[in-house]
Design a protein around this ligand. Structure first.
Ligand code: FAD
Length: 640
């Protein structure tokens, strides 16, 4: 996979160009063609999307407007072709603003313009790259960073540290990079955010084969990034961190690692970055007898491809995000499949979820690669920020099925989709959620959920499981079902941050005892009395509305590298967030989460820990995370 490939020269006829553009969303199309040709007159007022139509796939653009826009784009590309395919110079800042405001359909505040310009990365400038270097800031200071984990977050931070000339090592328990996208090899595994957004802003490619690529393609992408940024030579593979202890005397982290051969060793670093992910340790359900089953049994994140499901009686426990992806695949292979559902997912209608990019879109991306950048910002703008109000709780709204009038309208709209998909009343009752939409991440659906559960070999069981036996599953009412294979789609130990390793901070303070099941951090990143420790994808940095976690990791990486800069520039050994700053921030987060759909008392989700606190989610806008993580404020920290 190539990062930011050059545009191919256009040789297609006018009619072929127009045909290629037939299915393309016109706002990012016009912005991309304007970028390539330098012709901003394409961004006509009468072709703007409607800022108010955020949930409408057409964004308020009528078929006539779309036809006009595609004709304009075709004419501009034909002129570009006829004048020798000479690309215009990268757009100036005012031009980028014009284009972004066209895309948003509304004037955009300065902050957003800056943020989206970073996301867009249209002119080859990596605006999030550090603007400093170890060699100039503190050339004589010996300084090393250790990163735990070579997944998406670890790779992002490693790249930024390398850009700043800061030596680093990555300690990775697996034999390869990729984290989630290496470990989750279950059939059907793919992203639920289009790849033009689920990718690094600093490593864009127009070569995604599908809108929502599969696990193998994601792994290929992260491997390509690791290679491009020369990261692998810095990774100690098959090296698991079992303990990290801060030395007050030496002002360093002593990190105990276990190698593949079982031996242990110590790695010393001035700064420790945990990039271990929230979704890395599989969770088994709390059902009596969970280890008793005598047949083949495995968790989706440890998929056992040696088990042939053909001709077998298979049970799947769980219908969460991963299970929703592999249930349809298993249904096609197994002789009999019984799915045990506790809570049904809200389905988000996504007709192109499994589709290859249409030939026309492929053509556009090959000849106008900046379309990938504009599509990224288009998705960014429409997939999260404008949806946040729909998840906000209206205190006066009395329902357990929705949290506000706007949220209820979404519920009704989504329920209609279920009515169309599930005409059978009994199945409809089983699959329709009774909790507010936006309480959990939506599961994308192109109709496959209904096709799966109407198969003759598939049964959806919504009864309560009593126990797992040697032969299968015994329900609470005493009914027993026998199986050959048992698959757990029961998610991850998401609220057990940084486990099973142990971490000791200043004065030997034990992190897990400090948290006592209530993981908290300032901005998800730093913890009082744990100097020079930074968490990525840490507490309260997950998002429910289908935005991209990569966005958060990129911003966390910037904060970490700017923190290293602060340590070096201030000539101090360590920084630890002030307890009052951390506590006040967490109070705000808790209060805000309680006012969101996922915090509603009626909702049972993996975002809540054993005490019902939301330890996972970010309750504010994407803009706010960007604003708060641009650089550390020395006043927030005790510097030593
Ligand atoms: C199946 C699945 C699908 C997802 N789909 C989406 C999506 O569509 N959109 C989205 O925005 N997000 C999605 N996510 C969430 C998130 O984007 C991914 O989990 C992402 O990979 C997180 O990257 P990470 O580097 O933070 O963590 P991970 O990818 O989990 O990587 C963590 C790394 O740390 C290593 N590690 C852990 N503990 C240790 C240790 N003690 N010592 C050494 N190494 C260690 C692991 O081996 C792993 O390589 C998905 C998650 C899952 C599980």
């Amino acid at each position: 996979m190539h990062l930011d490939p050059e545009p191919l020269a256009i040789t297609a006829s006018d009619a072929e160009i127009l045909e290629a553009l037939a299915d393309i969303d016109t706002p990012p199309l016009l912005a991309a063609v304007a970028t390539l040709t330098g012709d901003l007159s394409l961004l006509r007022d009468d072709l703007r999307p409607s800022a108010a139509e955020s949930f409408d796939p057409t964004a308020g653009i009528s078929p006539e407007q779309a036809a006009t826009a595609r004709q304009l784009a075709t004419d501009a590309l034909a002129r570009y072709r006829d004048s020798g395919c000479v690309a215009a110079a990268p757009p100036s800042a005012p031009s980028v603003r014009t284009m972004l405001e066209f895309l948003a359909g509304t004037p955009v505040a300065d902050d957003y313009i800056e943020l989206m310009t970073e996301e867009l990365a249209i002119d080859g400038v990596d605006r999030r790259a550090p603007e400093w270097n170890h060699a100039t800031v503190a050339p004589d200071r010996d300084f090393r960073v250790a990163i735990i984990g070579a997944g998406m977050s670890g790779i992002a931070t490693a790249h930024r540290l390398a850009q700043a000339g800061v030596p680093y090592v990555i300690l990775e328990k697996n034999a390869d990079v990729g984290g989630t996208w290496l470990e989750n090899q279950y059939p059907g595994c793919r992203v639920d955010v289009p790849n033009h957004f689920y990718s690094y802003s600093f490593a864009q490619t127009s070569e995604w084969p599908q809108y929502f690529s599969t696990q193998g393609v994601l792994l290929e992408y992260f491997r390509a990034c690791a290679e491009e940024f020369d990261i692998c030579p810095h990774v100690q593979f098959e090296t698991e961190v079992v303990d990290a202890t801060w030395s007050d005397a030496e002002q360093v982290w002593n990190i105990t690692v276990r190698r593949a051969d079982g031996t242990t060793d110590t790695v010393v670093a001035h700064v420790l970055v945990s990039a271990v992910g929230q979704l890395n340790r599989p969770k088994m359900p709390d059902i009596p007898g969970v280890d008793r089953f005598a047949g083949e049994a495995f968790h989706s994140a440890r998929w056992d491809a040696t088990v042939d499901l053909a001709g077998k009686r298979v049970a799947i426990i769980g219908t969460g995000a991963s299970a929703a992806q592999f249930i349809p695949a298993v249904a096609e292979i197994a002789d009999e499949l019984r799915v045990f559902q506790r809570t049904p997912p809200w389905l988000l209608e996504t007709p192109n979820y499994h589709d290859d990019l249409p030939v026309g879109t492929r053509w556009l991306l090959d000849h106008v690669p900046s379309f990938a950048h504009w599509d990224r910002v288009w998705i960014f703008w429409r997939s999260h920020e404008v949806l946040v109000p729909m998840a906000a709780v209206d205190e006066s709204w009395e329902s357990t099925q929705s949290v506000s009038m706007m949220n209820d309208l979404v519920r009704q709209m989504f329920t209609e989709y279920y009515r169309v998909q599930f005409p059978d009343a009994e199945l409809f009752d089983k699959v329709l959620p009774h909790y507010p939409p936006f309480s959990k991440r939506f599961v994308r659906d192109n109709g496959i959920w209904a096709r799966t559960f109407t198969r003759d070999n598939v049964e959806l069981d919504v009864g309560k499981i009593g126990e797992i036996t040697e032969r299968g599953v015994k329900m609470a009412d005493g009914t027993e079902h026998e199986f050959d294979v048992l698959i757990f789609g029961t998610g991850f130990q998401a609220s057990s941050f940084l486990t099973p390793m142990t971490v000791h901070g200043a004065g030997g303070k034990d992190l897990h005892a400090t948290w006592d099941g209530e993981a908290r951090a300032y901005l998800g990143l730093t913890i009082p009395e744990f100097p020079n420790l930074f968490l990525m994808y840490g507490p309260n940095t997950n998002i429910v509305i289908n935005g991209s976690i990569i966005y958060f990791s990129e911003l966390e990486a910037r904060y970490i590298v700017e923190s290293v800069r602060m340590l070096l520039e201030h000539g101090v050994d360590s920084m630890a967030v002030r307890a009052e700053v951390h506590d006040e921030y967490n109070r705000r987060v808790d209060a805000a989460n309680a006012r969101m759909a996922w915090g509603a008392a009626s909702v049972n989700t993996w975002y809540k820990n054993a005490n019902g606190r939301i330890t996972q989610n970010w309750p504010f806008s994407l803009l706010e995370f960007w604003q708060r993580t641009r650089h550390p404020d020395p006043k927030d920290y005790v510097l030593r």
